[in-house]
Structure formats: structure tokens, C-alpha cells
Design a protein around this ligand. Structure first.
Ligand code: ARG
Length: 455
């Protein structure tokens, strides 16, 4: 039986062990590199304050780089008896490098250790999500640019409403996603603080240099209050899942629209056959399973945030083991979101626009309100003009669809889409995001000699 970090003179009941560890040791495979990276910063700090000698630091650095290589080869093992990645890493260092392995945990607790590993995981997950959202917006902007004057019936209550365009429709989603990216980007400022050194929840009586470890790990600051550092577990996970949830909600609406607009009866758009699935009995079927599952994955992501909030809502201050169960929804939610946004961009890129069907959909009733506005422009009052058109709907003049689009000149409408707004926002957010990713990459490179991001 492996020694626990909390081992004394008895062994844990095996049923309780398997209940408490559950699948945490498997999930922790996602945190091996983050924990090795954080442990490197801890070791350098312990050396700086005189607790680790230069030779001991060198051994630990060597050992942690071996762990990095093992992980990259898929060979770093965490056993159920280890409980978690933290024990497995300390165990490796002690087994291979002796005494210094027993010093790495000086001044830290698994509570701030797991918080730090998760923070490293989450900040990267957030930046990668922003990147993906920007890619999806960019696909939508391209669709818009290619269809500035492609008419499309605008709908309210799902009924034919007013002239619109494919570009207006696509940009509505692009702008929504860009606002989500903006929200995600401001959340980065909250995620970007280091909990390391908060220990079990109350700090320790050693002169730990928290600013130094924060800086080594590429965080902009320390998370000041040590109790808050521990209490924020689950909160930040839920906030991240909420952001993923908002993006998923946009995607779900987009998917729903596309399911309607690709109906054979409407055929405004179609998906290339490679992006549809078939039926085992009906040979003609081309089903939009990707869109349908986008809807249900949205439900999954929303529920995972709820799960985390339910776990933390009644927890008293300080670490409680309940926190462990917030790890799975975080990782599951991020993985689901990553796939979801990726497949969405893929489907937008592949979307086929059927201009003829869109034109066919622009039936005379679509122009009823424009007829009212024409009368207003020739001096009529709105209410009487409305009544007149409403009582003579069979006589509504069908306007040229393109002209109807161009007649809308106020900002954000089909004749004045202001695409540059979305393009500029996307560029600004991308620039900021790239700089943040570079800073993280540099810290991985400096400490762990890693060129790639790790999540
Ligand atoms: N696997 C644990 C978690 O995720 C690590 C921290 C354990 N801390 C403790 N005091 N038992 O929360």
C-alpha cells in the first residue's frame, strides 16, 4: 500500500478509501503538468528563502522534468492508493531523489496545491476558449461578408416579419459571441491570481514569498487573502462554466435556427452531406445530428455549472472535501465546450447558402411594413398608413429585395451593417488574448522547458 501524505500509524478502511478517492486520481491526470509547474515555482521559492539548498533544488528540478516527460509519453502513473496527483508527484521525488522530495511540501497544503493546479488549468482553458470563440466569430463574419446583400426573411414569433439578410443574421451571432469573449476576457483578470502559499486556508509561519511564486508562474498577482484563496474553489469553476454556458447558449440558438433554415421545405441553407448523418432504415435521410447535439451539450454545460454551485452553496469557510467533486464538472464542461465550439465553427464554415430559396422566401407580406414607411415618407401619418396597408394586404407592393435591404440605413441594419465594428472588436480581443497566452507560454518555457500550452 502506498504511503499517504497524511500517513500515521494506521491504514484507511478500504471502502472509505475508494469512496473518498473515487475517480479523482484519474481526473488528476489532467493536472500533472500544472502541478509539476507549480511545484517548480514552489521549489525555487523554498530555495530563495533558504529552505532548499541549491543541490536539492537541482534534484527537484530534474525530478519534475522527468515527471513532465513521463506525462508527455502518457506514462506518469497515479494510483488509487496515491489518492491524487500531489501525492504521486511527491512520492516520485522522494523515491528517486530522497530527502529533498520530503521538503517540497514545506509551507504548502494539498488545498492550495490543488487550487494552484486548477487555477493554471482554468486560466489556460479560459484563454483557449476565448481563442475558439474568436475563431467562431470570425467564421460568422466571413459568412456575413460573403452575403451582405443576400436577402433573408426576418422572423418574429417564427412568422414572416421584415426584410433581413444572411449577413445581418450571421453578424447577430458574431456580435453576441464577441460580447461573450469580452466577458471572458474580463474574467481573466479574476482568474489571473495565484492562490499558492495560502496553504490549508490560513497561511503558515514561514516567510513564504508568494509574490515570487506568482510571478514565476506568470500570474499578474497573488490572491491576497489566504482564506479567500481557498474559499474561491468552486466559485471560479462555476464562473468559468457560466462563461462556457453563455457561449453554448448562443450556439444552441444558432443550431436551432439552422435546423429550421435547413428544413427541405425552406432550404435557405444546407449542410454539406459530410456534416450530416444517416438513418439505418430511411435511405434518403440527411440528419443534422451535429446541430441537435449542440443543443443537448448546451444543456450539459449549463447543468455542470449548477452542479458546482450546488456543491459549494452551503460550505463553511476553509477547505472541505466536497470541493473535490467540483473537479469533474469543470473538466467535463471544458472538454464538452471545446468540442462544441470547434464543431460549430466547422459547421459554419461548411454552410451552403441557397440564394434562390432565400429569395423565394421573401414573399410580398415581408414588405408590408416597408409599404407603411413609404407612405410615411410621402407625408402620411403612421397610424393611418398602417391601417391602410393592413386592410389591403393583398395589394402590398413587393419591393426589390436588395433595394429593401439598402433602404435601411441606420447603424446595425441590413444596409449599414457596420461589419468593421465586429472586425475591430475581434482583432482587439485576439491581440489581448495572444499576449496573455504568450506570457503563460514564456513561464512554462522558463520553468518546465515546455514549448506547448498544457491544458
Ligand atoms: N483531491 C483533493 C481535492 O481535490 C486534494 C486536496 C485534499 N485535501 C485534503 N485536505 N484532504 O480537493
Amino acid at each position: 500500500m502506498a504511503r499517504k501524505l497524511w500517513q500515521k500509524n494506521y491504514s484507511i478502511d478500504s471502502a472509505l478509501e475508494s469512496f473518498t478517492v473515487s475517480n479523482d486520481y484519474i481526473l488528476d491526470q489532467s493536472l500533472v503538468l500544472s502541478d509539476a509547474f507549480a511545484s517548480l515555482s514552489q521549489a525555487m521559492m523554498l530555495n530563495k528563502i533558504g529552505i532548499l539548498s541549491d543541490d536539492e533544488l537541482k534534484d527537484i528540478q530534474k525530478g519534475l522534468k522527468e515527471i513532465r516527460d513521463l506525462k508527455l509519453e502518457g506514462k506518469f502513473e497515479i494510483k488509487r492508493e496515491d489518492e491524487d496527483v500531489h501525492t504521486a508527484i511527491e512520492g516520485y521525488l522522494t523515491e528517486h531523489y530522497g530527502e529533498c522530495g520530503k521538503k517540497i511540501h514545506t509551507g504548502r497544503s494539498r488545498n492550495d496545491q490543488v487550487q494552484t493546479a486548477l487555477r493554471i488549468y482554468m486560466r489556460e482553458a479560459l484563454l483557449k476558449t476565448i481563442d475558439q470563440i474568436l475563431d467562431a466569430s470570425s467564421s460568422l463574419i466571413t459568412l456575413a461578408k460573403n452575403n451582405v446583400l443576400t436577402p433573408m426573411p426576418g422572423r418574429t414569433h417564427m412568422q414572416i416579419a421584415m426584410p433581413s439578410s444572411v449577413a445581418l443574421w450571421a453578424l447577430s451571432f458574431a456580435e453576441e459571441m464577441l460580447d461573450t469573449a469580452k466577458m471572458a476576457s474580463s474574467f481573466f483578470e479574476i482568474i489571473d491570481q495565484s492562490p499558492l502559499g495560502s496553504a490549508a486556508s490560513y497561511g503558515v509561519s514561514l516567510p513564504l514569498d508568494r509574490e515570487y511564486t506568482a510571478c514565476l508562474m506568470g500570474f499578474s498577482k497573488v490572491q491576497n487573502n489566504v482564506l479567500y484563496a481557498n474559499n474561491s474553489r468552486g466559485r471560479f469553476e462555476a464562473m468559468l462554466l457560466d462563461i462556457l454556458g453563455y457561449e453554448a447558449l448562443t450556439i444552441s440558438k444558432l443550431a436551432q435556427d439552422l435546423m429550421i433554415f435547413t428544413l427541405p421545405e425552406l432550404g435557405y441553407f444546407s449542410l454539406p452531406k459530410e456534416l450530416t448523418t444517416g438513418s439505418s432504415i430511411m435511405p434518403q435521410k440527411k440528419n443534422p445530428d451535429g446541430l441537435e447535439l449542440a443543443r443537448s451539450r448546451t444543456a450539459l454545460i449549463l447543468s455542470l455549472s449548477e452542479r458546482v454551485k450546488s456543491i459549494i452553496k452551503c460550505l463553511p469557510s476553509g477547505y472541505n472535501r466536497d470541493f473535490q467533486d467540483t473537479k469533474e464538472p469543470l473538466i467535463e464542461g471544458y472538454n464538452a465546450s471545446r468540442e462544441l465550439i470547434m464543431i460549430t465553427s466547422h459547421m459554419i464554415d461548411g454552410l451552403i447558402v441557397n440564394k434562390e430559396n432565400l429569395l423565394k422566401g421573401c414573399t410580398p407580406e415581408l414588405y408590408a411594413t416597408d409599404n407603411v414607411m413609404d407612405k410615411v415618407l410621402s407625408g402620411g401619418n403612421f397610424r393611418d398608413s398602417y391601417l391602410e396597408v393592413g386592410l389591403n394586404l393583398d395589394k402590398v407592393n413587393k419591393t426589390d429585395p436588395e433595394k429593401a435591404l439598402l433602404k435601411r440605413t441606420s447603424i446595425g441594419t441590413s444596409g449599414n451593417l457596420n461589419i468593421e465594428y465586429a472586425v475591430d472588436l475581434e482583432n482587439m480581443l485576439r491581440c489581448q488574448n495572444d499576449l496573455r497566452m504568450d506570457k503563460i507560454r514564456e513561464s512554462y518555457q522558463a520553468l518546465l522547458a515546455l514549448d506547448e500550452l498544457i491544458v
